[in-house]
Ligand binder design. Structure first.
Ligand SMILES: Nc1ncnc2c1ncn2[C@@H]1O[C@H](COP(=O)(O)OP(=O)(O)O)[C@@H](O)[C@H]1O
Ligand SMILES: [Mg+2]
Length: 407
């Protein structure tokens, strides 16, 4: 009879035998030692607890498992082992009278089974071979399934976004008009009511602020849905950053935030829609201000770079948007605030994701920012700084004229 092809086992195997019957254990050991399959590690355990301990210490490829052990019986033995170590291939070693049991174990997650007293070294070898191959296929299937689920949820998300987009202009119309009427009314009342009662003035001011917030949310929604048009011109990014700082100086002063500016004076121009990039910068600056403690620091940097031939200096940019040799203009907005919890990093660009719901956060700032940057064929990256706080980075193409004049 032909032996199963040895070449399939590219690496020597690490095998654990779990068997409380000493004779059965010895048989297995000697069969494996004489087998054509190379084995680099062979361990044995006579209890489930012992097996679990060894599985915690070594990464075995396969376990040959007797189901009835002093500390665990039948199917339980298998489910406990798989529950803790799902990556290992399992060949069940059942008693001769348990043929039925063996077959059932396959549906409980074992990859193959042997019936004691009825196998030879060749059969054992073949069972291990099949078990490993089935386990590998199972892993591939799981990975494919995960990819499928992810793609499906992305599709669902895209569909949802389409609906948001379709609703946005309708909502904007329905909400913005009443809002401006209310704002007009409140402004009028502010002027007319000269009451010494401070509470009235505070109430009116709060109402005005609430209206402004609602109005901003609707604007964000409109931008997110891409319903406002884009009007790009060559602009100096330093000027835009300065303008945005002046727009938010009130918040900066209120929180005593120290602003550090490191602008490159010879920055090439960028071809952008001024209003939209201002909105992006305000979003990032606001996020930074909200994240820092009183007296915290906000650092704004601008600089330009020529992308190296292999894009290695800026690996996160993606090769589809930026070409080697091209001139890029970068703006970093850095803070020394709370930072982002690692599990939140993949979600920060999701529409409506916010950790600041109580403080009035809507969770559209970064998704709008991403959308606007994509419309500009640019990139926004957000990550924790190694020391403390967050760095948000905007990367633009230098406008054509600028790139040429640089050469
Ligand atoms: N500079 C920052 N520091 C800490 N967390 C941040 C920063 N910028 C963004 N985040 C996180 O990303 C989330 C989403 O931000 P954003 O889209 O602007 O929505 P919002 O500001 O309304 O919460 C925030 O709720 C916060 O958890
Ligand atoms: Mg925000």
């Amino acid at each position: 009879m032909n032996q199963p092809s040895q070449s399939k086992f590219t690496q020597p195997l690490k095998i654990l035998i779990v068997e409380d019957n000493q004779i059965d254990r010895r048989i297995l050991e000697s069969m494996l030692q004489e087998s054509s399959t190379p084995v680099s590690l062979l361990k044995t355990a006579d209890t489930l607890a012992g097996a679990m301990e060894l599985l915690g210490q070594h990464s075995f490829d396969a376990v040959i498992l007797d189901l009835n052990l002093p500390d665990s019986e039948g199917k339980n033995t298998l489910t406990k082992l798989i529950g803790k170590y799902p990556q290992v291939a399992i060949v069940i070693n059942t008693g001769a009278y348990e043929d039925e049991v063996g077959i059932h174990t396959l549906s409980y997650g074992a990859q193959d089974f042997l019936v004691k007293g009825k196998y030879t070294g060749y059969v054992l070898n073949k069972a291990l071979h099949y078990a490993l191959e089935r386990k590998r296929l199972e892993r591939e299937l799981n990975a494919a399934y995960e990819r499928l689920t992810e793609t499906q949820s992305q599709l669902v998300q895209m569909e949802k976004m389409k609906v948001v987009g379709a609703l946005a202009s309708g909502i904007a119309h329905e909400v913005k008009n009443p809002l401006s009427a209310i704002l007009y009314g409140v402004t009028y009342l502010c002027e007319q009511i000269k009451s010494p009662e401070q509470k009235i003035q505070v109430t009116l001011t709060n109402m005005k602020e609430a209206i402004a917030r609602a109005n901003n949310t609707v604007n964000d929604l409109l931008n997110f849905a891409g319903t406002t048009s884009q009007n790009s011109k060559p602009e100096n990014l330093n000027e835009l950053v300065e303008k945005c700082l002046s727009l938010v100086h009130h918040e900066i002063d209120k929180k005593h935030v120290k602003v550090v500016k490191k602008f490159d004076g010879g920055l090439p121009e960028v071809n952008v829609d001024r209003n939209r990039i201002e909105q992006v910068l305000v979003n990032l600056i606001f996020n930074a201000i909200q994240a820092v403690a009183d007296g915290g620091q906000l650092e704004l940097k601008t600089y330009c770079r020529r992308i190296s031939e292999d894009l290695d200096s800026l690996p996160d940019l993606g090769k589809d948007k930026f070409k080697p040799g091209e001139m890029i203009v970068v703006c970093d907005v850095e803070d020394n605030g709370s930072g982002i919890q690692p599990q939140h990093i993949p979600k920060v660009f999701d529409p409506f994701f916010t950790t600041r719901r109580e403080a009035g956060g809507v969770g559209l700032g970064l998704s709008v920012t991403k959308d606007i940057m994509e419309n500009h064929n640019g990139v926004v990256l957000v990550e924790n700084r190694p020391t403390q706080g967050v760095r948000a980075r905007l990367v633009f193409h230098a406008s054509d004229g600028a790139a040429l004049s640089d050469q």
